[in-house]
Structures are given as C-alpha cells and as structure tokens.
Write a protein that binds this ligand. Structure first.
Ligand SMILES: *[C@@H]1O[C@H](CO)[C@@H](O)[C@H](O)[C@H]1NC(C)=O
Length: 176
C-alpha cells in the first residue's frame, strides 16, 4: 500500500482519536478554566486512572469520577486503619477514629453518587450532587478534628488530595 492509499485511513484514524478524546479534553479544559488552583493537568491525570475515560461521554466521566474517588476513599480508610494500629497516643487515635468514620461514610455516599448519575434522572443527578457534597465534608471534618485536638493532622496530604478529587466530580456532575 502506497502513501496515497494509506492517507485516507490515517485521516480517519486521527478523526476518531480526536473526537473520542475531546469530551474528556473539553471537560477538563472547562474545569481547569474555572478551577485554576487545581487545573487542567490535574483533571487529565485524575481520569487516567480509568481507561474508559478516553471514550466516555460527560455522564460517563461523572460516573468514572465517582468510582475513582470511591476507591480513593476506601484506600484512605485502610491507610487510616493502619496508622491507628501503630499509634500509641490516645488523642491521635481518637482523631484517626473520627477520620475513619467519615471516610467510610464517604464510600457509601460515592456509591450512591454513582447510582444517581447512572440513573440519569433529574432526581438521580440532584441526589448525586448531594451525595458528592456529603463526601466533600469528609476531609474537612477530618482536618477540623485534629485542629480541635490541637494536633498536626497526619492525614493532611490525603485530605487535600481527596478534596481535589471530589471537586472534579462535583463540578462535572453539577453540570449534567
Ligand atoms: C444520597 O443523597 C440522597 C438525597 O439527599 C439521600 O437520600 C441518600 O441518603 C444519600 N445517600 C448516602 C449514602 O448518603
């Protein structure tokens, strides 16, 4: 096959690739424009955790986002349990306990968010936004708990990462 014959196929391939990548790209561009503190690059990187993102429509991206964050909430819960197991200080343990509770709740809320977006009804989408807002409280509550105990949070990095992730999901889900 000569170059002149290969060209139409190549053009078609490029068209396919660019059209399927554009929902993700457009979504992250719009997110990045309105959330400069988090940004476009973060959004793209966040979605790389799920291969389906490249070909998903906007609702699909919202579902994927909540699923990714549910996995984060669940692994953060495991990390908190591990920290607690090796912690001798009673005050720190009580702070970790509270964080563990809120991240467990967040797992349920994210599960509910996935179901709401998948249902796709106006009520389902509205509930999903409520559930995501609930999940957004987890890192804040966790941080506030340590502040009130007069302790430096051992989960500061996890809490700020979780906040960023939920922001992405919340913005996309609210726009559906
Ligand atoms: C999700 O939000 C709906 C609507 O507010 C609420 O009824 C439901 O209990 C929430 N689910 C969870 C797991 O928090």
């Amino acid at each position: 096959m000569g170059p002149s014959q290969a060209l139409p196929g190549l053009v078609l391939l490029l068209l396919l690739v660019s059209s399927s990548a554009s929902v993700l790209d457009d979504t992250c561009k719009s997110f990045g424009a309105n959330h400069k503190d988090i940004g476009y690059d973060y959004c793209i990187k966040f979605f790389q955790a799920d291969k389906g993102s490249a070909t998903a429509d906007k609702r699909g991206l919202a579902v994927i986002a909540s699923k990714i964050i549910k996995a984060t909430a669940s692994s953060t819960g495991k990390r908190i349990a591990a920290l607690k197991a090796s912690e001798k200080d009673k005050k720190v343990r009580s702070g970790l306990d509270d964080c563990h509770d809120v991240y467990s709740e967040a797992v349920d809320e994210l599960d509910a968010a996935v179901k709401g977006v998948e249902a796709g009804t106006p009520q389902g989408l509205k509930d999903a936004v409520t559930n995501l807002s609930g999940a957004m409280d987890a890192p804040q509550t966790c941080e506030t708990g340590f502040q009130e105990l007069g302790l430096q949070s051992p989960l500061a990095a996890e809490d700020s990462e979780f906040t960023r992730e939920v922001s992405v999901a919340l913005v996309i889900t609210s726009s559906l």
